[in-house]
Write a protein that binds this ligand. Structure first.
Ligand code: ATP
Ligand code: MG
Length: 369
C-alpha cells in the first residue's frame, strides 16, 4: 500500500469499557513520540465501534468505519465487547467488529509476545527470564467452524477443523520471518521456531506439521522443533526460557497464549497484533474489563505496548527506521516506569490511576530525549 514514508494514517477504535481510557493514554504517548521525532507523523482518526454502539444504534460497526479501517495503514483497537452484548442467536457482538476485520482484511496471524517485565513479580518460582512470541493461526483451524457452521443434531455435536496448505504456509512464514528478526531465545541467543500440534492423534495436525516443515527447510540457519500441545503447556511452566518463536493452529494458539500471558504477570501487560500481508490491527490481549471501566483504574501497559508493536510493524513494512526507533523508545519508556514501580496501577500493586501511569510513561519518553 502507498503510505508516504514516515506519514501514516491510523484508525483508532477505542471501543467499550476501559477501551477509551487506555486508548487515551496510547494516543498521548503516540502524540508525544511523533512530536519529538522529525520525519515521523501519525494521523489518527477515532471511530465509534463496539457493543455500546450496538446497544445504542443496533450496529456495532458502520460500513464507513469498516471502509476507513480497510483504507488505513494500521488499526489501533482498545477493547471491543461487553458480556451481555449478544445477538438473538447467542453470538457475541464483538465478532461483528473483531471477526469481521480479521476475516475481511485477512489478518491471518495473531502475534502475542510473552516477556518477563521488570518490576513485575514473577508468577513462576525460580523462573529465568521469559521472552518468546506466540504466532497463532487466526482464520482457520478448529475455530473455522465458527463461520463455517456447526453440525448439531439432537444427540451429538461436531465441529470441523480446517487446515489448508496455504494458510499453514503463510503463518509459518510469519513465524520464521519473526525469528530471523529477533535476537533469539534468552537461553543462548539461538533462533528456534517451535511448531505446536497434536500430530500423533489427528491427521489435520500432521498435515499442519508437514507444511510447517516445508517452510522450515527454507530457513536453514533457524532451528526447528515439534512439540505436542499437551507437553507444551508443561514446558511453558517448567522451562519457558527455552522458547523463541512458537507457531500453532488457531485453538492451540489461543490456549497457549493465554497460559503464556499468565506466566508473565497477567492481562494488563499483554499486547497483541493481528496481521496479514496487507493490514495490521493492534490491541491489548485483555477485554473491556467492565468491572473497572470509567474509574481510571485500568493498566494502560498492554495498550501502549500494542501501540509500540504497531509502529514497529509499520517501520518494518515500509523500511522506515524512524518508526522502528519510535517503537523502541515507547517500549523503553514503559519498561522504565514498570521498573521504577512508583507510578503503576492497582493490578501491579501500585496506587496510580490509568491516566497517571500514562503521565509517567510520557515523562519517561521525555527524559530519554
Ligand atoms: P473478553 O471476553 O472481552 O476477553 P474477559 O472476560 O476475558 O473479556 P477481560 O475484560 O479481559 O475479561 O478482563 C478480566 C478481568 O481482568 C477484568 O474484569 C479486570 O478486572 C481485569 N483486567 C483486564 N484488563 C485489565 C487492565 N488493563 N487493567 C487492570 N485490570 C484488568
Ligand atoms: Mg478474554
Amino acid at each position: 500500500k502507498g503510505a508516504e514514508l514516515g506519514n501514516y494514517k491510523v484508525v483508532a477504535l477505542p471501543g467499550d469499557g476501559i477501551g477509551s481510557e487506555i486508548t487515551d493514554v496510547a494516543l498521548r504517548v503516540l502524540d508525544r513520540v511523533t512530536g519529538t521525532m522529525p520525519g515521523l507523523s501519525v494521523s489518527v482518526n477515532s471511530h465509534d465501534a463496539g457493543a455500546q454502539r450496538w446497544q445504542r444504534t443496533g450496529t456495532a460497526m458502520p460500513e464507513e468505519t469498516f471502509d476507513a479501517c480497510a483504507a488505513a495503514d494500521a488499526i489501533l483497537m482498545g477493547a471491543i465487547g461487553l458480556p451481555d452484548a449478544r445477538h438473538a442467536d447467542g453470538r457475541e457482538v464483538n465478532g461483528d467488529v473483531i471477526f469481521r476485520l480479521r476475516f475481511a482484511l485477512d489478518l491471518f496471524a495473531g502475534i502475542r509476545p510473552v516477556r518477563s517485565l521488570p518490576g513485575v513479580a514473577a508468577t513462576l518460582a525460580g523462573a529465568k527470564p521469559i521472552d518468546y512470541v506466540v504466532v497463532r493461526e487466526n482464520v482457520e483451524g478448529l475455530y473455522a467452524s465458527r463461520t463455517g457452521g456447526t453440525n448439531v443434531r439432537s444427540e451429538v455435536a461436531t465441529d470441523t477443523i480446517v487446515i489448508t496448505a496455504n494458510g499453514t504456509r503463510k503463518v509459518s512464514e510469519i513465524a520464521f520471518g519473526l525469528a530471523a528478526n529477533r535476537k533469539g531465545r534468552p537461553l543462548d541467543g539461538r533462533s528456534l521456531v517451535t511448531c505446536v500440534d497434536k500430530a500423533n492423534v489427528l491427521s489435520s495436525y500432521a498435515f499442519f506439521r508437514s507444511v510447517f516443515d516445508e517452510v522450515a527447510d527454507g530457513y536453514r540457519d533457524i532451528e526447528r522443533e515439534h512439540v505436542y500441545v499437551d507437553a507444551m503447556t508443561a514446558f511453558q511452566v517448567q522451562r519457558p526460557d527455552h522458547f523463541d518463536v512458537v507457531v500453532a493452529e488457531n485453538m492451540f494458539g489461543d490456549i497457549i497464549s493465554d497460559l503464556a500471558a499468565a506466566t508473565v504477570g497477567g492481562l494488563g501487560l499483554a499486547p497483541s497484533a493481528d496481521i496479514g500481508h496487507e493490514h495490521g490491527m493492534f490491541q491489548p490481549a485483555h477485554g473491556s474489563a467492565p468491572d473497572i471501566a470509567g474509574k481510571d483504574l485500568a493498566n494502560p501497559t498492554a495498550m501502549v505496548l500494542s501501540t509500540a508493536m504497531m509502529l514497529d510493524w509499520l517501520g518494518n513494512r515500509h523500511e522506515d527506521r524512524t518508526a522502528i526507533d519510535a517503537a523502541a523508545r515507547i517500549d523503553a519508556a514503559v519498561l522504565r516506569v514498570l521498573a521504577e514501580g512508583q507510578a503503576v496501577t492497582a493490578d501491579l500493586g501500585g496506587s496510580a490511576s490509568c491516566s497517571a501511569m500514562g503521565d509517567a510513561i510520557v515523562a519517561a519518553l521525555d527524559e530519554e530525549g
